[in-house]
Design a protein around this ligand. Structure first.
Ligand code: FES
Length: 321
């Protein structure tokens, strides 16, 4: 964790503020990669992840966009407190950057599909792709210009002319089926925004023949999910041969912690990815992946233990641990 004073450049749009964090001694901050985020300690009980929206090549400061989510919209108080309490010069603690939404830098073409505040990781991705000289399309959908953030950052970016805006109140709602082309090998699409928007991007891409490994999304909050039924199952720790029983009302992370096996847990919602461990798919029974962070490809060898479980009662999950 690092202590940083920050500068508030001001409200970007209705309920959306832009923050800049700098190291107290003015040194470069730890490096980050496009799509990465930091955790901000807003108060002891509020630690929230925010995507980094700056240029990964510029380590003089981190840029964040924070949307105030009132309780009636499902907010849990962190963003509202940040808007209220964070003022210029305040020293705050943030984590080192982590990335669960990494860019495929070898892509032949990248499609950046942003919805609302989901524009933040896309800005870092566009900076990186531009630096690499890689082609990309950038579509930014928002309800209106007054609610869309980072318009100034986008206009000033050297690649800003590539951004195509879709403002609903101006009758420019994005026609995702029309915007996305048929899949060609080497292409990747990234989306971040409201779950319904990201579902629309995935559905359009899938209809155009895009395979799941070329589709990437990042959730800010837990979307409405299927009503899962928990089954009791067994964890096999391959390296020690220990077997741990996970009852229906427990999570694998609870059981591991009780057994003295340290697995980091942060969100407990399948969003942050810190509790991921490698598992042996060949030696395991079917896994019910309930997370919102791993790609289809990653799920072949990793499991998010705070929420995922064996599909069938009595199933065994063999952890490479
Ligand atoms: S603790 Fe965040 S995904 Fe498991």
């Amino acid at each position: 964790m690092k202590t940083c004073p920050w500068n508030l450049e001001g409200l970007l749009a209705e309920g959306l503020a832009r923050y800049e964090f700098k190291a107290p001694d003015g040194r470069d901050l730890p490096p980050f990669t496009a799509g990465g985020h930091i955790d901000v300690v807003i108060a002891p009980e509020y630690q929230r992840p925010y995507s980094l929206a700056g240029d990964p090549a510029d380590r003089s400061h981190y840029v964040l966009g924070v949307l105030r989510e009132p309780p009636e919209s499902g907010g849990r108080g962190g963003s509202a407190l940040m808007h209220r309490a964070f003022r210029e010069g305040r020293r705050v603690f943030v984590s080192r950057p982590v990335n669960h939404f990494a860019l495929h830098e070898d892509a032949t073409h990248s499609w950046l599909m942003a919805g609302g505040i989901g524009v933040t990781p896309m800005i870092a991705m566009a900076h990186r792709l531009h630096a690499l000289g890689k082609p990309f399309d950038f579509h930014y959908s928002a309800a209106s210009r007054t609610t869309a953030g980072f318009l100034k950052d986008l206009a000033q970016a050297p690649w800003g002319h590539q951004v195509q805006y879709h403002f609903k109140d101006e009758g420019q709602r994005a026609d995702l089926m029309q915007l996305l082309p048929d899949f060609a090998p080497g292409q990747h699409v990234y989306t971040c925004g409201a779950p319904r928007f990201m579902d629309g991007v995935f559905e359009a891409a899938t209809a155009h023949g895009w395979p799941s490994d070329a589709l990437h999304r990042e959730y800010f909050s837990v979307p409405e999910a299927d009503a899962w039924v928990n089954q009791p199952f067994e964890l096999l720790l391959q390296k020690s041969g220990r077997r741990l029983q996970v009852l229906a009302e427990r999570s694998a992370t609870d059981v591991l912690a009780e057994a003295g096996v340290g697995v980091s847990v942060k969100c407990s919602d399948g969003l942050c990815g810190v509790c991921a461990l490698p598992y042996d798919a060949q030696a395991s029974d079917a896994v019910e992946h309930r997370d919102f962070v791993l790609s289809h490809q990653a799920r072949q060898h990793k499991i998010i233990l705070c929420c995922s479980r064996a599909q069938q009662a009595g199933g065994v999950i063999s952890l490479d641990f």
